[in-house]
Design a protein around this ligand. Sequence first.
Ligand code: 13P
Length: 253
Amino acid sequence: MRKKIVAGNWKMNKLADEAVALTSELVNMANDEVKGDVKVILCPPSIYLTTINKYIENAPNFSLAAQNCSDKVSGAFTGEISAAMLKSIGVEYVLIGHSERRQYFNENNALLAEKVNTALANGVSPIFCCGESLDQRQNEDFIGFVKNQISESLFHLSAQEILSVVIAYEPIWAIGTGLTASAEQAQEMHAALRAHLADKYGADVAEEISILYGGSVTAASADELFASPDIDGGLVGGASLKSREFTNIIKAR
Ligand code: 13P
């Protein structure tokens, strides 16, 4: 049985005091209001991970993700952060392949496969992001495109390894645009991705893998999205920066 996951990707937002305030508010609201089994993953800028880890100590449902890690193990790579470093400060997850990294930092499927490998080798679970552009949705086999992102970056993994991966489908046209994919559009893709995983790893493994939806998720859209059979929660950007709104998304079902 897959557990619901709601992850908040803060991107490059919040100063240190704001990051602490947001975390405290979220933990307090969750303790008061959130019932049932849901995992909350906060993805703050890496510079705040150590501090925020202290603020989630008494919130058993909360975990941390970095927004990126290096594909390299260690050494002379100025400015980079390794998966082993993330592990050493208690970070459990890392976003890999966010469309903003693909677009602005030229990250491709082969590089992302390396990042997945170094994360898994260090016991950090990848949250692997995939998704098509509007142009691809309108003019190409967009489901095939997203399936290929997954095959090229993940299908070298063993069944045991892929069970540690969370997948986040984030259509680029829905990110930060206010245009949410409809529950039907998202479910169509999620079902196709789960079938793709089943073809490679078998239905039992595919049933265990969480597939999150991301792209303008709000408290108003979360209920319907999360109720879809193959949507196991969300990866939330803008709405994760507001404690009230994000808590309402955590509570959606
Ligand atoms: P928005 O929720 O702001 O559209 O961002 C989605 C996203 O990119 C999460 O990783």
